[in-house]
Design a protein around this ligand. Sequence first.
Ligand code: PGA
Length: 249
Amino acid sequence: MRKPLLAGNWKMNTNLQESLQLAVDLNKLVGQVHDRDILVCPPFTALNSVADALRGSVIMVGGQNLHWEGKGAFTGEVSAQMLKSVGASYVLIGHSERRQYFGETDETVNKKLFAAIKHNLHAIVCVGETLSQREKNETLSVIEQQIKNGLKELSVVSCQLLVVAYEPVWAIGTGKTATPEQAQEVHAYIRKLLADLFGKDAAEQIRILYGGSVTPENIQELMAQPDIDGGLVGGASLKADSFAKIVKY
Ligand code: PGA
């Protein structure tokens, strides 16, 4: 059985005070929830404080990005070791906004994935097609490339730290959610690709999250799909009450 994972991606929102408030408010609402994993990914500037505030709670903390090198002359970057040192246990990799605005490719995703795993961070690797790719019927081939290249040479042992997030680019921040059937089709395809790479048993253990305009209203029907194991939530994770409703779907 895959334990559901509900992850909040705060993106470039919330200053330090707002981050702490959100963390504390959320903890009051979901502090007793034990049958699913709960994760928040605040901006780097708040990671340490949020992790401190949530230490000992059920809510885990993750970074939104990392660099593959451990340290050095890489101005503006943050390494896996640095994330670990402030209490992060997860990291997002290859979010579509990073691919779109910051030049991330499947190759950099792959390097980041190896860096995360080397330091025992759970990695949430994000994949998803754009609207024009969907309209050209390229969704599954785009996903296949992203999975095969992004996860290249990952071992069966290491894939225990892997989570995949399917986030159709056209559904992110737009209020347009994929229908549960559209999402399930891609999730099932991703699981098949994972089975080809790691074997059926390992693929059955890997959680595949859906992301893109997840709300308290649509989470339940998404979670009812057999291959949807959780959500990666942007906008609706910025309010404690709406994210708490999503967590408790
Ligand atoms: P959204 O963002 O929930 O605001 O659509 C999801 C994401 O980008 O992870």
